[in-house]
Design a protein around this ligand. Structure first.
Ligand code: MN
Length: 712
């Protein structure tokens, strides 16, 4: 356990300006906060944050990170609050501690591998600062080091699996190879104890048989370089049992066939010296062809730089060597943490988000090509939110996605029958935007269908195209119905008998697959009824002017082109009327009602006259205002007014209307008593909002008892 003065001295050794007081206060605070809590090992709990801080001190991270490491479990596990942390240790630290707390609250809830990549991204997306992730990784590292104290085997395995699937790859992707190796190896021991044990035994046997193979190689390499006038650090490190096992699996080789159990490293001061060291090795020992790689002139995507080579070295042993500078070595071992430490000078002036971006960059240039294709675009990733199903499956959606997008992401049937949603257990509107970490439950009902209005608040292509496909199918059904009734009417007017079967003769002519296609074409206005009748009955006298047949369309085009433009969602060419009962205005929610031979009548959705039509859903069409086109038209709004019977009352009303820049076009008194009048008033207005503001100003008049928009 690192003591208080040791911690401060270790930080001061690499950062002489470090805020000593802050470190001291955090140290004392965390001991008090965790008090008598203990770990599974029986140790006092506070040893854990101290060890985590120690790991990060080893990476030479800044004071805020070290203090965060000390405090990282206080908000979650003690009485300390985030406000208290901010008060005592400042905004930066409390922001970081909150970040770590948030990360600790998520657990891998499903062991499906395909979720792992998303989960790693969730962790990164929630780590608004790279230091949050570094503390989390150090936390996990110490927990893994002490995992064997946990008695419950299932829990141990779950944590090991999570480490192997999530945290170790994450550490690897951000270049922290040392941390990754250790995490992976401890997890390996828990998940595959027998495999690890057998590899450890063979390593022991190898050591026994051949003695220490590493030191003589290091000594000789050192000497060779020295003789050539190059001072270098030479080191050798045995691979972990886990990485040996992985190599055996990946290359399908036996333990004996693995030649590079020890990786040797030559560390020099400059890039030039790297190439010189390489030259010395290559002129001293036979080179194994095709093993040379120059990652200095072409670094790996995660920033890794080194020269790799293999020679038949001391004792005719095959030796793999990596040559690099000290800085390259730190980056190779500590990745992002090393970057942080090298660029710390610029980190405080608002550049911290660059670190997140760099990290995301690295994550996005994954080696797996499938991964690569899936997530090449960085923007794509930053624009994503991650949420869960009630079963804990993770779903990725673009930022701004709503619960409808979520429903369609689960399954198009779930989307098509979505009747309501719960977000984090609470019933919420369908248009609710999803946030990182939300748990979303979709309720479905067989009688629920997509509404055209949904399209206005979905952002995913899947949701949009499913809604459109559904609406299109609905429209086609309407066109078929309308077409059929138009044809029947046309036959009747021509005094012909209508038989559906007879239409089969026109299939080729209409390039239709079936009779429904013919109905749909007529309904949609692509063909006309007279053309159909003339084709089926060429024997009819020419003098009968078939063009005169009203199929409800020609009339419509001449009569109401403008109205038609102001409304979207209509069947092209159909006559349009605004209902006289409710006088819909732009801005009102509206609905179209089809009346055979009369076209479509537009009502407000509140109109009372819709009630008797409820059981004729085939006559309802979804329509909406085309606000641009509607703007250029005048619209009539109708009000029902009750006015007290006093002199000057009507004048007050006309003055108020004039003030609102509207005209009264009609006024009809239908009830008059001693005390009041009741009347209908039609006004020329721009839109619903205009009329609403007139209603408001009329209501403010003393003599006006009641004003309402007409509803029937
Ligand atoms: Mn912890």
């Amino acid at each position: 356990m690192i003591r208080q003065y040791e911690l401060v001295e270790a930080v001061k050794a690499y950062d002489p300006d470090a805020d000593e007081d802050l470190l001291n206060r955090a140290y004392v605070f965390v001991m008090k906060a965790h008090g008598a809590q203990t770990r599974a090992s029986g140790d006092p709990y506070f040893t854990h944050p101290l060890e985590v801080a120690g790991i990060l001190v080893g990476m030479r991270l800044d004071v805020a990170t070290i203090v965060t490491a000390l405090l990282h479990d206080t908000v979650e596990d003690t009485l300390a609050t985030s406000e208290e942390i901010e008060q005592l240790f400042g905004k930066e630290v409390s922001f970081l501690v909150d970040g770590v707390t948030k990360l600790s609250q998520i657990q891998l809830q499903s062991d499906k591998t395909k979720q792992a990549e998303n989960f790693r991204k969730l962790l990164v997306a929630m780590s608004s600062d790279i230091r949050v992730l570094l503390v989390k990784l150090a936390d996990r590292l110490h927990n893994m080091r002490t995992l064997h104290y946990i008695k419950n085997e299932e829990k141990r395995k779950r944590i090991a699996l999570e480490t192997s699937e999530i945290y170790a790859p994450l550490a690897e992707r951000i270049g922290m190879h040392e941390v990754k190796d250790e995490l992976q190896d401890v997890a390996f021991g828990i998940l595959h104890p027998d495999a690890r044990e057998s590899i450890v035994q063979r390593l022991d046997y190898l050591h026994e048989q051949s003695g220490d193979l590493t030191t003589p190689v290091i000594d000789e390499l050192h000497e060779v370089l020295n003789e050539n006038g190059l001072a270098a650090i030479v080191a050798g490190r045995e691979k972990t049992p886990c990485s040996i096992w992985r190599k055996m699996k990946k290359k399908n080789v036996t333990f004996e066939q693995i030649s590079d159990i020890v990786a040797f490293r030559i560390i020099v001061d400059t890039v030039q010296q790297c190439y010189r060291a390489l030259g010395i090795l290559h002129s001293t020992y036979p080179v194994i062809a095709q093993r040379f790689k120059d990652y200095i002139s072409t670094p790996k995507e995660n920033g890794y730089q080194s020269l790799h080579t293999a020679v038949i070295g001391p004792n005719q042993q095959r030796v793999e060597v990596q040559i690099r500078t000290k800085e390259m070595d730190e980056i190779a071992e500590m990745g992002v943490a090393a970057h942080w430490q090298y660029k710390q000078g610029t980190a405080h002036d608002g550049h911290q988000y660059r670190w997140l971006r760099d990290l995301l960059d690295i994550l996005d240039t994954a080696e797996d090509p499938e991964d690569f294709l899936e997530h090449t675009k960085l923007e794509m990733f930053q624009d994503q939110v991650f949420c869960f199903t009630p079963d804990g499956d993770l779903i990725t959606l673009p930022r701004g996605a709503t619960t409808i997008d979520f429903a369609y992401a689960v399954h198009s049937d779930v989307g098509n029958h979505c009747s309501g949603v719960k977000v984090n257990g609470r019933i919420m509107p369908l248009r609710t935007e999803i946030e990182n970490g939300d748990q979303v439950e979709v309720m479905t009902s067989k009688s629920q269908f997509p509404s055209p209005s949904w399209e206005r608040f979905v952002v995913t292509g899947k949701a949009r195209s499913s809604i459109r496909r559904y609406i299109r199918q609905q429209k086609r059904q309407q066109f078929i119905k309308l077409g059929k009734s138009l044809i029947q009417k046309g036959f009747k007017e021509s005094k012909l008998n209508f038989e559906e079967k007879a239409l089969e003769k026109a299939l080729d002519e209409f390039q239709a697959r079936n009779i429904e296609d013919i109905y749909a074409q007529i309904g949609e206005g692509l063909r006309t009824v007279p053309v159909l009748i003339r084709f089926l009955h060429p024997e009819l006298p020419h003098e009968l002017d078939l063009e005169q047949l009203s199929d409800g369309r020609e009339r419509a085009i001449s009569g109401s082109k403008e109205e038609a433009l102001a409304i979207s969602g209509l069947i092209p060419g159909m006559a349009v009327h605004y209902a006289g009962c409710c006088h819909p205005l732009p801005g009102d929610k509206i609905i179209g009602i089809v009346t055979t031979g009369r076209g479509v009548t537009i009502h407000t959705q509140e109109c009372d006259s819709l009630n008797p039509l409820m059981d004729e859903p085939e006559r309802w069409i979804d329509v909406a205002w085309n606000l641009k086109a509607a703007e250029s038209q005048q619209h009539i709004g109708r009000l029902r007014v009750t006015l007290s019977n006093q002199p000057g009352a009507i004048a007050a009303i006309t003055a108020a209307v004039a003030k609102e820049n509207a005209n009264i076009t009609n006024l009809k008194i239908d009830h008059r008593s001693h005390d009041y009048y009741e009347f209908w008033m039609d006004l020329d207005v721009k839109d619903a909002e205009h009329l609403n503001s007139i209603v408001a100003s009329l209501r403010s008049l003393k003599k006006v008892l009641e004003v309402n928009r007409a509803k029937s």
